[in-house]
Design a protein around this ligand. Structure first.
Ligand SMILES: [Zn+2]
Length: 545
């Protein structure tokens, strides 16, 4: 299909999706899948329309009243549902962004207990901390100056929960207010004691959600997974109708070719109101196919934004940076601003499946004016204002072009752009940094020695591609996961070696005996888990000829 027709297809997708509020479980979300499937059918592109039941939390309404004044507020997906309201004294937690040593936690807890807490953050782990301390609710002050309120989630569980996960869900209401309203409240509060009343209305329900997957066969059994979430907050044109348009156009383009590796193009539900429920369902239900044959997962979220002039690649670390940049240079004339590790989020539900390559292109503005992590850093991210006028078609086409180049290499070239030595070096850097942040009682030397032995091993011999790919899959489990392959980690605690990150900040002299014992246990288990994964990879590489 010529470029002009692909551009028309992308434009059609945007103009169709902009009228649909695609929160998973809604009629509009299913209508958007109907439309996608019609496009695929009309072009004879092979696909399956899977259906998965997801546990959804839809934030519907919130209110905040302080001393008679009503303040504009939004609640969060997976906040507690408190339609009858909670009324209590307001407390400004000036330590919300600080690390609190274990021996100072009781004092902090006493200050927030029984209060509605006003704070500069609203992340899931902070909500858990407040819950455990007995706070009655959280009012999160957004950190940048836009008046628009953003939708977000405080869901602590990745994907659909199992029974033991239930106790993690927030039992307190969580709302967000603008920076300006927050500053006003803070200054009032410094002069007088204030009482506040807040309400939240959420709809928690289980609903079937469509999950369409294009399946283009290759001559080999191996395949590449390209994915984008189709659910949205409100019109969600740049998050993520642009991503869906780009993926649909790529599916169309490659459906006309004879591929060496196959291509699957998945459109996820449940990104927003089920905490990556769709991609996690796919990882659970297509486990053996992904485990045996998938060589790369490329996630597409929010391309084609106005202001998104700079490009960053979020990559696992195992991908050759030169290879990633080749496609970007060929399209834009210069490399990405940076290639940086993938954070926790954005449907990265595939670390336990041995897939060696994981990456995503991200747009960032030249000058950041909003704390929005999505929509190219645009202030409209996750708001009613994420509309068609926020799309820059030239940026969308640029991003399409980069993905096309990446896929042409992955779908046709015999080799894979793996850089095992680079990944080992990045993991060693991360361990060196971690060592500075944890108590000296916890030595990471044995792990660093294992990495260095691996480095020597692969420098001295040529390993088979399949062995390198298998070893990389084990390294991802160590670098990006703290638990086993069959239960995703919690949605918080990110960073390199997340199980070891739990030790950061704690010092023995600031811990009770009981807490120190727990940290020691955490350390032993995580160290040995990582060590075993590295040993297994070493064995695989030694056998490789
Ligand atoms: Zn998104």
């Amino acid at each position: 299909m010529p470029a002009s027709e692909l551009k028309v297809l992308m434009r059609d997708t945007l103009s169709h999706f902009q009228h649909l509020h695609r929160l998973s479980g809604s009629a509009d979300a299913e209508k958007s899948v109907d439309w996608l499937c019609e496009q695929l059918q009309a072009r004879d592109i092979p696909f399956r329309r899977e259906s998965c039941n997801l546990w959804l939390s839809d934030p519907l309404d919130a209110s905040l009243t302080v001393a008679g004044q009503v303040i504009n507020a939004k609640t969060r997906s997976f906040s507690a549902h408190c339609p009858d309201g909670v009324e209590a004294e307001l407390f400004h937690d000036t330590q919300s962004l600080d690390f609190i040593p274990e021996n100072a936690l009781a004092n902090w807890s006493a200050r927030v207990r029984g209060k509605l807490v006003l704070a500069d953050q609203g992340f899931e782990d902070y909500v858990q901390r407040l819950m455990n301390a007995g706070a009655l609710g959280l009012i999160h002050i957004w950190g940048s100056a836009e008046a628009a309120l953003h939708e977000e989630t405080v869901g602590p569980v990745w994907g659909t929960p199992v029974p033991d996960d239930l106790q993690r869900y927030p039992t307190i209401p969580v709302i967000s207010i603008s920076q300006q309203d927050g500053a006003h409240l803070r200054s009032q509060l410094s002069a007088e004691t204030l009482c506040a009343r807040l309400t939240t209305v959420l709809h928690e329900h289980v609903a079937p959600c469509s999950l369409p997957v294009v399946e283009l066969p290759g001559s080999s059994e191996e395949f590449v997974l390209l994915s984008s979430h189709y659910d949205s907050w409100h019109e969600g044109v740049t998050d993520n109708a642009t991503g869906n348009a780009l993926c649909l156009a790529l599916a169309t383009l490659f459906s006309e070719q004879r591929l060496t590796r196959g291509l699957r193009v998945a459109f996820w539900p449940g990104h927003s109101n089920a905490r990556y429920g769709g991609s996690t369902w796919y990882a659970d239900h297509f486990r053996s196919q992904l485990l045996d044959h998938c060589v790369a997962h490329i996630n597409v979220d929010s391309p084609g934004c106005i202001g998104g002039s700079q490009l960053v690649v979020n990559a696992s670390g195992a991908e050759s940076s030169d290879w990633l940049n080749q496609a970007i240079i060929a399209t834009t004339g210069k490399p990405a601003e940076r290639v940086t590790p993938i954070g926790k989020g954005a449907d990265q539900s595939f670390w336990g499946l041995g897939i060696p390559l994981h990456f995503a292109l991200r747009e960032v503005p030249e000058q950041r004016q909003s704390l929005s992590p999505g929509s190219g850093g645009g202030w409209w991210w996750h708001t009613e204002e994420d509309t068609l006028d926020k799309v820059d078609e030239a940026h969308l086409w640029r991003d399409f072009d980069i993905h096309q180049r990446w896929l042409e290499s992955l779908l046709y070239e015999k080799t894979l752009p793996l850089d095992a030595r680079q990944y080992l070096a990045l993991m060693d850097d991360a361990l060196a940094q971690l060592q500075n942040e944890i108590d000296p009682a916890f030595s990471l030397n044995t792990l660093r020695e294992r990495l260095s032995a691996l480095e020597k091993l692969i420098s001295g011999k040529t390993c088979k591609l399949s062995s390198l790919a298998e070893a990389t899959g084990l390294w991802h489990r160590a670098r990006y996961r703290a638990g086993d392959d069959f239960h995703p980690d919690l949605s918080y605690h990110g960073g390199a070696f997340p199980g070891l990150q739990r030790l950061c900040g704690f010092r023995r002299q600031q811990c009770s005996e009981r807490y120190w014992l727990m940290l020691e246990t955490q350390f032993i288990r995580q160290r040995d888990r990582i060590s075993e994964l590295l040993t297994r990879s070493e064995w695989i590489l030694r056998q490789s000829v």
